[in-house]
Design a protein around this ligand. Structure first.
Ligand SMILES: [Zn+2]
Length: 319
């Protein structure tokens, strides 16, 4: 019958709408870029197809990573930290780790290492390689010690709606958890990830990085790092490496639609847990960067020039 026919049509249309919504949601979930266990193989980018960038703009392609049309974060990127869990604890869950990470952020800004990221751009300009730590807040465990992404979203959202942290679509929010906090997939599938989400009405870019002392074998390059003190483990140094990785990606691919290769690998993914040549610190650990007066062992980043490759500093030797 006519009415029934209409209804069938309407139902079919509703189904298509629902299916489309489901795919969008799924894509967003997949879009959060999980990162890097030590043994995840890296793409070399050599076979990557090259997407043409807008002509006459700041976008440079042909270096093993593709431009997909989205924006990058430009200017001095504001960094916000949410220290989640118990950061007045033992091991590496301490103020010493907080200081090391603060030094890292300050030291990364405008470093030769961070300038590798300035080879990425969009239609209106390039990444600057500058960042600044604007504000840090604590959350001793509003969402408990067993997290999943929705709980992290709630915790970040609470900081924004309360005004504890500014709601800043041009910044990157680092959600750093103490080693007693579990996050679904952390230490088994990834060491950190970054994503974007509409929170408090803005397009918020956030990254999860756990204290990798929860899984040194999967997520730490070395159990004693250059900044380890007796009994502190390599957590701070291991987190520094993952933070470098996630901030590079959150800045060059903030909305998950700018820079990645044909395998979906973002710039830091292409050099995951690859450090290049290192020096040896007094405590026997290895390092390849000195930032803010501290030594760090940070993975290399993919330089989008000279054909593309992993290096430790802009214009350095591909390794
Ligand atoms: Zn990554």
């Amino acid at each position: 019958m006519k009415t029934l026919g209409k209804m069938k049509y309407a139902l079919a249309f509703l189904f298509v709408l629902l299916a489309a919504n489901f795919l969008v949601a799924q894509k967003v979930r997949e879009g959060s870029a999980p990162d890097g266990m030590k043994n995840v193989p890296n793409g070399d980018g050599s076979a990557a197809a090259v997407a043409a960038g807008p002509t006459g703009q700041a976008v440079v392609t042909g270096n093993g990573i593709n431009y997909n049309g989205g924006p990058v974060l430009k200017g001095t990127v504001p960094i916000y930290i949410i220290w989640y869990g118990n950061w007045n604890g033992t091991g590496s869950n301490t103020a010493a780790t907080r200081t090391i990470i603060e030094t890292l952020i300050g030291g990364l800004s405008n470093s030769g290492y961070e300038k590798i990221n300035s080879t990425y751009g969009d239609a209106t300009g390039n990444v600057s390689g500058a960042m600044t730590l604007v504000k840090e807040v604590f959350d001793s465990g509003s969402q408990g010690t067993r997290l999943r992404n929705s709980r992290i979203s709630s915790a970040i959202s609470a900081q924004l709606t309360s005004g504890n942290l500014p709601t800043d679509a041009s910044g990157v929010y680092l959600f750093l958890t103490s080693s007693d906090v579990k996050e679904s997939g952390f230490c088994t599938q990834f060491c950190g990830f970054h994503t974007r989400q509409t929170l408090n009405g803005a397009d918020i870019k956030w990254a999860f990085i756990g204290n990798v002392d929860q899984c040194p074998s999967g997520c730490e390059a070395q159990t004693t790092g250059p900044n380890s003190t007796a009994g502190s483990g390599g957590g701070a140094d291991g987190m520094a490496n993952v933070i470098a990785h996630e901030t590079e990606e959150a800045i060059s691919d903030p909305d998950l639609n700018a820079w990645f290769d044909s395998s979906g690998q973002e710039n830091a993914d292409k050099c995951n847990f690859r450090f290049g040549t290192t020096s040896t610190a007094a405590n026997g650990s290895h390092f390849n960067q000195t930032l803010g007066g501290l030594n760090f062992l940070l993975q290399m980043n993919w330089e989008n020039s000279r054909g593309g490759g992993c290096d430790q500093t802009l214009g350095g030797t591909f390794q």
